[in-house]
Write a protein that binds this ligand. Structure first.
Ligand code: SF4
Length: 324
């Protein structure tokens, strides 16, 4: 297997370990981002300080006003919607090429799904939870990229999906710098097991694009493949798809194994199914056999090592593996 990983470009909320820019002058420590940082190119953003609200500053909140939502600073009575909106627009224009985004949860600016929207500027109750003013734009502009908030990334399944998507998109971005059909064929072949685990039917559609029977121009093939890639990686891995793929991978080495070794691998896969063993334990076992038997096809599969192993922490917030 190729040990070289691409360097993903990631946009991150600046308060997540990069600067003391929270409204109260605090910085937040995040172990996962600290681990990730040396392996990616980071671009940090803090819409609230970048638009001139200062540090420290009076907190802002999102409030219903008429049919829309405004960004309101209760302590000063100011509507800062335009001020922060202009900054957000320029950030998004300046950084269009990122593979992933990690934002601060619950923030009126950076929140992706869980920001409180208050009933009105003078109402203490909130109406619903939704994206913050920056978070919502990020989901729209970077649709298809790996996007998460730091709280959701404490869940093992979501974090694994985020990392797989982040490094796969970065790998694809790399081959796009020299778009040749041979490179796309290789990309598709080495991602075969990974994509089968994600979505079998989408994997086959991507295969048809690579086969290019209509003889489309290379640039168009790459564009169509990119769209399909986004669909393949849309939702986190699900256990049944992963189990099928593990057995598929097992098929490549099983003929070399004795009955006891075969049973050991099968037991390991079944322990993964029962959530008694992490996926990495099973893929490492398969990888070891691929090395031992010189099974290059299997050894080259990204599925066995979709992102740098140093990021493969097993800590989990306890919400379970099946997260939608
Ligand atoms: S959540 Fe976003 S806007 Fe708030 S301090 Fe962090 S980076 Fe700045």
């Amino acid at each position: 297997m190729n040990e070289k990983f691409p360097v993903p470009k990631v946009l991150i909320s600046r308060c997540l370990g990069f600067a003391a820019c929270r409204y109260d002058g605090q910085i937040l420590k995040n172990g996962f981002i600290e681990q990730l940082q040396p392996l990616v190119e980071t671009i940090t953003v803090c819409p609230e300080t970048d638009c001139g609200l200062g540090i420290p500053r009076a907190p802002i909140r999102l409030c219903m006003a008429g049919d829309g939502v405004i960004v309101y600073q209760p302590a000063t009575g100011r509507d800062v919607t335009e001020q922060i909106g202009g900054t957000i627009a320029s950030v998004l224009v300046d950084h269009p090429q990122v593979d992933g985004v990690i934002l601060k949860s619950k923030s009126p600016s950076c929140g992706l799904y869980d920001t409180k929207i208050y009933q009105g500027i003078d109402k203490p109750q909130f109406l619903k939870k939704a994206g913050g003013v920056f978070g919502e734009q990020v989901l729209r502009v970077f649709d298809g990229q790996a996007i998460e908030d730091e709280m959701r990334l404490s869940n093992l399944a979501l974090r694994e999906h985020f990392l797989i998507k982040l490094f796969t998109l970065a790998r694809f971005r790399e081959i796009c710098t020299q778009p040749e059909m041979g490179r796309l064929v290789d990309f598709h072949a080495t991602h075969k097991l990974l994509f089968l685990a994600y979505n079998q039917s989408r994997f086959r559609l991507a295969g048809k694009i690579v086969a290019n029977h209509p003889k489309l121009p290379v640039a168009k093939v790459f564009r169509l493949y990119r769209e399909e890639l986004t669909r393949i990686l849309y939702a986190p891995l699900r256990i049944p798809g992963v189990i099928n793929t593990l057995y598929h991978a097992f098929g490549w080495i099983s003929e070399h194994l004795g009955p006891e070794e075969k049973q050991y691998v099968v037991n390991s896969i079944e322990e993964y199914r029962d959530e008694r063993l992490p996926l990495q334990a099973v893929t490492r076992l398969l990888e070891a056999y691929a090395i031992r038997f010189g099974q290059r096809y299997l050894h080259n599969q990204i599925f066995l090592r979709p992102y740098p192993r140093v990021l493969a922490g097993l800590n989990d917030s306890g919400r379970g593996r099946e997260v939608v």
